[in-house]
Design a protein around this ligand. Structure first.
Ligand code: ADP
Ligand code: MG
Length: 691
């Protein structure tokens, strides 16, 4: 039977090739695609709002009489029309207008208009509102309907898209949309059928509950929201299924290497580290590729757990790849692992993008013939010329920049090209539970929910920039006592070049102001070797003060550093600040973090810095960050499409996450439904959150 999916939009009246091409940019090819191009909000044009009750930012219909209309000759010529009703007045401002409009809007004319309230010189204003002179009577409120507002692309205007959607709705009677949700599911949650929901959302009938629709809470909207969240969940489960369709080598540990490793560690594993490693140990001994995400707050000791996992693979005679997102972090892991594993007779290979020539050839050879048991590096680890002899475990540190797509690609890299490697993913920042359940549905999760003993809390101080002098003195005092400090420069500009420049200027200034201190500088534009050299000098205590851009955000571990100054913290996300702050508080001594903001601070900015000052719980901070900035920012995937929904809004709709997570595995048994839902909501080219 013909379905709406098979009917191209060009069947609609008024859609020629030119328009069809523009629609493709919105992912719309069939009539069904068009029907699933859903309004992301509504305008309430059903009621006339009294002018006296308007607030800035309101989008509203008002009606009144023109008191006066003046030509204003200021910097930009404009037509200024003052409108009055019984409760107040409002100015309509037009920068573009013709003589006919000017005549229409003359004193005494009755005008109804629709616009957004802005502050003006003498009161509230509408710029270029839609308006009607001598309007017909308004329908009674229960006869009026909300106006849908659609996401647009260049060259298609709102009314055009609105009309197309209305036309498409006409097809629904003859070609109902297939409902892929099982009936009992709909009944359980009292959700309407799909065609009904789609119709209502595009064309809310007169009298439909306005407040529910405006808030995205109408059952029709919620039905679509839940289906969308379900489709995303299913697509992740499908990835998991695809990866686990391959077998993996079960890694059965002898325990000898791990015993030696634990013996030489200067500390005991925490209970949480043991629990999490136990999860990993179990996974690795299965003939199914492990897909596990390890979360833990800053400093919870994820690296040691990774090393334990690596040793299990190595003692089973296989190879490990450990990948980090930046050179600095990869280098640090390399140093750590070398000091831990070389004494045990394990050979390592170092493969960053900057390793070139003979050194690279030697590393490649050691990886290829199996003499190196573990290769450590950046993304360069997975270039085509890197061939492993017996790769059985891939460890990825800092999940954020690693997408589902890459996880899929890793399948091909395992032993003999037929067995998939086990995958262990470690995140830099804690991820709120609901978000993890939704964005990482393809992974099992373990949480290291305990910090090593003896950690002193970090005292966080929020100061305005004009206290810079005092702050510099603080650095002097800390270093005089043999401590070390970080000074982190951030800029609002995206440009890395500008950030680096700012760091250079600051380093110079601080070196002049603090002549008795050895001041170092790291930023993203230094060569890898220079950066590593600088980090080493800081680590060895040769440098007292390290000025840096946010490149030091992740992972850098120097226990003697006990003071960190962060400039312009109001410009960073909370999770990122928490990460930066986590560079201190790693040793025995009391540590401090100074957030040096640029006044004035907005209400919101104040609340955020306060949250950071008052809490050191990464999961709590991550929740706050999620509320304030949304999932795309928190996951660092805003540009990649991961967690970008048409209708669902993470905060508003997170109540669905748990039910959807429960339903999804049940549906997975029916591939036809799964594929159809994924195609409906994620389209042909599924956006897997690629780097
Ligand atoms: P993160 O989870 O932030 O990656 P790291 O693995 O870098 O944390 O560990 C932070 C610091 O804590 C390191 O110096 C590490 O050696 C130390 N550490 C890890 N586990 C323990 C433990 N069980 N007891 C004491 N110190 C530990
Ligand atoms: Mg780490």
């Amino acid at each position: 039977m013909m379905s709406l999916d098979d009917i191209p939009v060009t069947q609609l009246k008024g859609v020629g090739n030119a328009l069809a091409e523009k629609l493709v940019r919105l992912g719309i090819q069939s009539i069904q695609d068009l029907l699933f191009h859903l309004p992301h909000r509504y305008e309430d044009r059903t009621r006339i709002i009294p002018m006296g009750s308007l607030r800035i930012g309101d989008v509203a219909v008002v009606e009144g009489e023109v008191m006066k209309a003046d030509l204003i000759m200021g910097r930009r010529r404009s037509l200024q029309v003052t409108l009055r009703d019984d409760t107040g007045f409002l100015v309509l401002r037009f920068f573009h207008f013709n003589a006919a409009q000017k005549n229409q809007l003359a004193e005494g004319a009755r005008v109804r208009c629709f616009g957004e309230v802005r502050p003006g010189r003498a009161g509230y204003e509408f710029y270029h509102p839609e308006y009607q002179v001598n309007p017909p009577a308004m329908p009674a409120p229960d006869q009026a309907a909300l106006t849908p507002v659609y996401p647009l692309t260049e060259g298609i205007q709102q009314p055009r898209l609105r009309a197309l959607c209305q036309q498409a709705l006409g097809y629904l009677d003859r070609y109902p949309i297939t409902d892929w949700l099982p009936e009992d599911m709909l009944a359980d949650y009292q959700l309407p059928a799909i065609s009904e929901a789609v119709k209502l959302v595009h064309a809310p009938p007169a009298g439909a509950p306005v407040h529910l629709l405006m808030a995205g809470q109408h059952p029709a909207q919620q039905r679509l929201v839940m289906e969308e969240l379900l489709a995303h969940q299913l697509s992740l489960l499908q990835v998991r299924q695809q990866i686990q369709a391959r077998a993996a080598l079960p890694l059965l540990p002898t325990g000898e290497l791990s015993r030696q490793f634990l013996e030489q560690l200067p500390f005991q594993l925490t209970g949480a580290q043991k629990h999490v490693f136990e999860d990993i140990r179990q996974d690795l001994s299965q003939p199914l590729p492990m897909l596990r995400l390890v979360q833990g707050d800053v400093g919870s000791g994820k690296t040691v757990v990774a090393a334990m996992a690596a040793l299990q693979a190595i003692s089973a005679g296989t190879q490990v790849a450990l990948m980090a997102p930046t050179e600095i972090l990869a280098e640090q892991h390399y140093q750590n692992f070398r000091s831990w594993l070389e004494p045990l007779g394990v050979q390592l290979a170092w493969l960053s993008g900057k390793v070139k020539g003979k050194a690279r050839q030697a590393a490649l050879a050691a990886v290829a013939d199996g003499s190196a048991s573990i290769a450590i590096g950046t993304h360069a680890l997975f270039q085509n010329d890197v061939v492993f002899d017996r790769l059985a475990l891939v460890i990825v540190d800092e999940q954020h920049r690693f997408g589902v797509h890459q996880r899929l690609a890793l399948r091909e890299k395992g032993v003999g090209g037929t067995l998939a490697p086990h995958q262990l993913i470690m995140t830099a920042t804690p991820i709120p539970r609901t978000l993890a359940m939704s964005a990482y549905a393809d992974l099992d999760t373990s949480v290291i929910d305990e910090l090593p003993p003896g950690r002193k809390p970090i005292e966080t101080i929020v100061l305005p920039e004009f206290r810079r002098e005092d702050i510099i003195e603080r650095v002097r005092a800390a270093c005089r006592e043999g401590r070390q400090a970080y000074w982190v420069c951030t800029l609002i500009e995206e440009s890395e070049a500008l950030q680096c420049q700012a760091a250079e200027v600051t380093a110079k200034e601080l070196a002049e102001r603090l002549p008795e201190l050895a001041v170092g500088l790291v930023h993203g534009r230094l060569k890898a070797q220079e950066k590593a050299g600088m980090m080493d000098r800081f680590k060895d205590g040769e440098l007292d003060l390290l000025v840096a851009t946010t490149v030091i955000e992740v992972g850098v571990d120097v226990p003697n550093a006990s003071l960190i100054i962060i400039e312009n913290p109001e410009r960073l996300g909370l999770a990122q600040l928490h990460q930066l702050r986590g560079r201190v508080g790693r040793g025995e001594q009391a540590s401090f973090c100074v957030l040096m903001y640029h006044p004035p601070l907005s209400q919101n900015g104040k609340a955020r810095l306060q949250a950071l000052r008052d809490s050191q719980d990464g999961f709590f901070i991550a929740e706050k960050d999620l509320e304030i900035r949304g999932p795309g920012e928190v996951l660092g995937t805003r540009q990649t499409g991961l967690m970008q929904f048409r209708l669902a809004e993470f905060e508003r709709d997170k109540g669905w996450i748990a039910p959807v997570r429960e339903l999804a595995p049940r549906l997975m048994k029916e591939p036809r439904r799964v594929n159809a839902l994924i195609k409906r909501w994620l389209g042909e080219n599924i956006r897997y959150g690629e780097v």
